[in-house]
Design a protein around this ligand. Structure first.
Ligand SMILES: Nc1nc2c(c(=O)[nH]1)N[C@H]1C(S)=C(S)[C@@H](COP(=O)(O)O)O[C@H]1N2
Ligand SMILES: [Mo]
Length: 436
C-alpha cells in the first residue's frame, strides 16, 4: 500500500487563502468589496469550473470551489473500492459522502479508524470478556456464548463518528489523519445493553467511569503496550442504547471494525467505542488509559486563539459530538440541465440531541431553503433529509447544507473553534453543481 499525500489545494488555502486565490486565479481581491474576488479572478475561476459562477457576487474570497476537491479510489479488504486511505500503518480509511447515501451504512462503506494493528488469529470460541475494576462488586468473565445467552438482545441504529472527522480544514493544521468528511457512518448494531451486563456484576455507588481494553496490537509490536483505552462516564454507560455489540447489520462485525465484540456509544466520539473488546473496567475516577489525557480527544474548555499553547487543566474531554450533516446525493460535480429540479438528500445528526431543522443554500449562504427532515429510527441514529432545488439560470453553483439541533445550535459555515488536535469540525458540507 502506498501512503497517499492528501495535501495540495487544501494546504495552499490553509496557509493563506487570499494568497492562494491570487496564485490560482491570478487576481487579487476587490479592495472596494472586502472579502470578495474581483470580476477578473471570478472569470478565470469560471473558465476553470466550466461555467460562470451564478452567484459570483456572494462568493467569498479564499473559498476553494468544492468541485476541485476530488477523491480517488483505493482498495482495502472487505471495504468498498471508493474508500480513501489516509494511512496504511495503522489502516485508516474514510468514505466519500456520495458513498454514504444508504440510510443504514453497509459494512463495506463504514470508515476504518485504527490506532494500532488489527489483531490476528482471532479465536471466537475462546474469546473472553472480563469485567473488573475498583467500582465493580466482583470480577467476572463471559464467553461470547454466555453474553449472547445470558442477556436480552437489542438492536439500534447508532451513529459512529471519529472526533477528528474534518481535521483537514484546521489552520494552523493539526497532525494526525487528515480526515475530510467521511469518518462517519450509521450501521445497525446488535448486542447486550452495557448496563445489563454491568448490573449483573454490581456497580458500586462510587463508580464514575468505565474504560475498555481491546485486543489490537501496539504499532511497536510490544505486547505489553496498550494501543488505546478510553471510555465514558457511568451515566452514558447506563443509557439504553449503549451496547456491547457482536453484530452489525445482522452479520458479524467486520474484522476492521472490531470483530468479534465491540462497544458502541452512539453520538459520542468514535474513540469511546472500543473495538476487539476483551476487558471493561468500572472505575471510581475518570478512566486514565492511553489517549484519555493531554490533547488526546480533548479540546480547550474555553475559546482559544488558533495555534496557542493550552495548559492540561484547561483541556476538557469531548463528550457528545456537535450537530452535523452531509449531502450524500448528488455527488459533488453533478451536471444538470437548465430548467430541471435537482433532488438533493443526505443525513444529519447531533450527538445526544436530535436534529430539529435542515436547510440548504445555493447562493453561498445568503438565503436558505428549508428541507424535509425525517425522525431518527431511534435515539442517536442519523436522520434523513431531502429537498428539491430549482436553479434560476445556467452556471456554477454550490449547494451548502446546514443542520440545527434541538438545543438550537446550528452548524457553522466555516471551521469552528481551533484546537490542538483538530477535533469537532462540524462546518457545513458543500457540493458543486453545474447547470448547463
Ligand atoms: N481497540 C480499539 N478500539 C478503537 C480504536 C482503536 O484503534 N482500537 N479506534 C477508535 C476510534 S478513534 C474510532 S473513531 C472508532 C472507529 O471505529 P471504526 O474503525 O469501526 O469505524 O473506533 C475506536 N475504537
Ligand atoms: Mo477516532
Amino acid at each position: 500500500m502506498i501512503k497517499k499525500d492528501r495535501k495540495g489545494i487544501h494546504e495552499l488555502y490553509s496557509i493563506d487563502p487570499i494568497e492562494a486565490d491570487k496564485l490560482l486565479w491570478g487576481r487579487e481581491t476587490d479592495s472596494s468589496r472586502r472579502g470578495f474576488l474581483k470580476k477578473t479572478a471570478l472569470a478565470t475561476m469560471g473558465t476553470f469550473l466550466g461555467a460562470e459562477i451564478a452567484f459570483a457576487n456572494t462568493m467569498p474570497a479564499g473559498l476553494i470551489p468544492a468541485s476541485l476537491i476530488s477523491d480517488e479510489p483505493f482498495l482495502i479488504p472487505g471495504k468498498h473500492a471508493g474508500l480513501v486511505i489516509l494511512n496504511d500503518k495503522p489502516i485508516n480509511a474514510e468514505t466519500p459522502p456520495h458513498l454514504l447515501n444508504d440510510i443504514i451504512t453497509p459494512a463495506d462503506k463504514l470508515f476504518v479508524r485504527n490506532n494500532g494493528l488489527v489483531p490476528e488469529n482471532i479465536d471466537v470460541n475462546n474469546w473472553i470478556l472480563t469485567i473488573e475494576g475498583e467500582s465493580a462488586k466482583e470480577k467476572k468473565t463471559f464467553t461470547l456464548e454466555e453474553l449472547k445467552s445470558n442477556f436480552k438482545h437489542y438492536t439500534y441504529q447508532l451513529t459512529l463518528e471519529c472526533g477528528g472527522n474534518g481535521r483537514n480544514e484546521f489552520n494552523p493544521p493539526a497532525k494526525g489523519n487528515q480526515w475530510s468528511l467521511g469518518a462517519v457512518g450509521c450501521p445497525e448494531w446488535t448486542g447486550a445493553r452495557l448496563k445489563d451486563v454491568l448490573q449483573s456484576i454490581g456497580v458500586k455507588d462510587d463508580a464514575v467511569y468505565i474504560g475498555y481494553y481491546g485486543k489490537d496490537i501496539h504499532l511497536s509490536q510490544n505486547p505489553d503496550k496498550v494501543v488505546i483505552s478510553r471510555g465514558v462516564p457511568v451515566k452514558k454507560a447506563m443509557e439504553d442504547e449503549s451496547l456491547i455489540a457482536w453484530s452489525m447489520n445482522n452479520e458479524e462485525i467486520p474484522v476492521m471494525n472490531g470483530y468479534p465484540l465491540r462497544l458502541i456509544f452512539g453520538g459520542w466520539p468514535g474513540s469511546t467505542s472500543g473495538k476487539w473488546l476483551h476487558k471493561i473496567v468500572i472505575r471510581n475516577k475518570i478512566h486514565d488509559g492511553p489517549k484519555m489525557e493531554g490533547a488526546s480527544y480533548r479540546v480547550p474548555c474555553n475559546f482559544v486563539s488558533p495555534g496557542s499553547e493550552i495548559d492540561n487543566e484547561d483541556m476538557c474531554i469531548i463528550e457528545s459530538m456537535p450537530v452535523k450533516s452531509l449531502i450524500t446525493y448528488p455527488k459533488s460535480g453533478a451536471v444538470i440541465n437548465d430548467g430541471t429540479f435537482l433532488k438533493v438528500n443526505g443525513h444529519a445528526w447531533a450527538g445526544d440531541y436530535k436534529v430539529s431543522e435542515m436547510q440548504i443554500s445555493i447562493d453561498f449562504g445568503s438565503t436558505w431553503q428549508k428541507c424535509e427532515l425525517k425522525s431518527p429510527k431511534n435515539r442517536h441514529a442519523w436522520q434523513q433529509w431531502n429537498a428539491n432545488v430549482n436553479f434560476p439560470k445556467k452556471g456554477y453553483y454550490e449547494v451548502w447544507a446546514r443542520a440545527t439541533d434541538s438545543n438550537r445550535k446550528s452548524q457553522p459555515m466555516v471551521v469552528p473553534g481551533w484546537n490542538p488536535k483538530g477535533y469537532l469540525n462540524n462546518a457545513c458540507h458543500r457540493i458543486a453543481v453545474k447547470v448547463v
